[in-house]
Design a protein around this ligand. Structure first.
Ligand SMILES: NC(=O)c1ccc[n+]([C@@H]2O[C@H](COP(=O)([O-])OP(=O)(O)OC[C@H]3O[C@@H](n4cnc5c(N)ncnc54)[C@H](O)[C@@H]3O)[C@@H](O)[C@H]2O)c1
Length: 333
């Protein structure tokens, strides 16, 4: 059984702890959060030990891995410390909020022994994963268009948005990673635009709540990503891959398959699952299982530090494009 420490006991920290509790190969031992009440509550719920200092788990040789689920602007420092202590790390996206700190982290952890996996959980969703597999098997022929729709049900707290790095780094980054994962190639060019349509608070903190990105991939295939921070009908997550001999779609997930018919509607269906926690529970569980087998040496990490870095560079370029109104060339150096 692998022993874990969890850094970050907020929304997703609690969800990761639930995944650990369901995985019989994992034991959650320590919980650290700068908010000691949050750490204590989570630790109590999962029979773990709350700690007020990361040195306790990092100097405990029994700990195999650290899962980083704290605010985005704290990841780099925690990842670096955990990796240098010889621990394997599953780090939530993004790796950091600026590229210079990510590159510095890459240099500092070079040669460290543990596995590093960046938490692009959507790759592990059975439906989205099946789109990638179908494209790789040639089911749609030569891929020509990839359309990714990702709309959150609602805004998070102001504090969350301030620490998030902005919509491209916080939200679009998942879709930028999915595009690379599904098409197995990189973009050469990118155009993005953003708007404040949902809440002026987002504009006041210098962010967007509505965004679009168009990318040209190396093969010529085109990618379109659209994001909103407010979708009144639930968490809207769809992918469509279109090619020379067909199309494959990953549709939204609903609580039931019921359709209702009456004098006002036909084929009335449930609203969509509400949040990333409901929609991607299975994906988070599968991601954890893959990470565990990588730590055991049964496979390599599926989402590498470089994958995380590339998605981050694309997110930065999207912000640059949205700010300047220009198409930008993509490079990863
Ligand atoms: N993969 C996904 O789909 C997905 C979804 C949501 C959030 N996330 C990522 O998860 C991270 C956390 O998001 P959340 O929604 O749980 O936010 P949250 O605000 O609910 O929780 C963040 C927690 O981090 C704690 N924290 C802040 N600084 C810390 C530090 N230095 N050390 C330890 N803990 C610290 C806060 O006290 C808080 O409890 C973010 O990086 C976000 O990008 C990923």
């Amino acid at each position: 059984m692998l022993k874990f420490a969890l850094f970050g006991a907020g929304r997703i920290g609690n969800m990761h702890a639930e995944c650990m509790a369901k995985n019989t190969d994992v034991e959650l031992v320590y919980v650290y959060d700068t908010n000691s009440e949050a750490a204590e509550a989570l630790a109590k719920r999962f029979r773990a030990t709350p700690v007020s200092n990361i040195d306790v788990p990092l100097f405990d040789s029994a700990i195999d891995a650290v899962l980083i689920a704290s605010a985005s602007n704290t990841h780099v420092q925690l990842l670096q410390a955990a990796s240098k202590a010889g621990k394997s790390v599953l780090c939530e996206k993004p790796i950091g909020v600026n590229l210079a700190e990510v590159d510095e982290c890459r240099t500092r952890i070079a040669g460290a022994g543990g596995v590093i996996h960046i938490g692009f959980n959507r790759r592990f969703d059975p439906n989205h994963g099946a789109v990638g597999a179908a494209v790789q098997k040639g089911e749609i022929g030569k891929p020509e268009l990839l359309v990714i729709t990702s709309r959150d049900p609602d805004l998070s707290s102001v504090e969350y948005h301030k620490a998030s790095g902005g919509i491209f780094l916080d939200m679009t980054i998942h879709d930028l990673d999915l595009a690379r994962f599904i098409l197995r190639e990189d973009p050469i060019e990118l155009y993005a635009t953003g708007s404040v349509m949902v809440d002026p608070m987002i504009g006041r903190i210098g962010d967007f709540d509505t965004a679009m990105v168009v990318m040209t991939m190396a093969s010529g295939a085109l990618v379109h990503v659209n994001n909103s921070r407010r979708s009144v009908y639930g968490y809207d997550q769809r992918i469509e891959a279109f090619g020379s001999s067909g199309m494959v779609q990953s549709q939204n997930v609903r609580p039931s398959t019921l359709e209702r018919y009456n004098s006002n509607m036909t084929a009335g269906r449930d609203r969509l699952l509400y949040s990333f926690i409901e929609r991607y529970t299975e994906a988070f569980g599968r991601q954890l299982a893959v990470f565990v087998s990588a730590v055991r040496g049964e496979r390599s990490a599926v989402v590498s530090f470089e994958d995380g870095r590339r998605a981050q560079i694309l997110a930065n370029l999207a912000l640059e494009s949205a700010k300047t109104g220009r198409v930008v060339k993509v490079g990863y150096s």
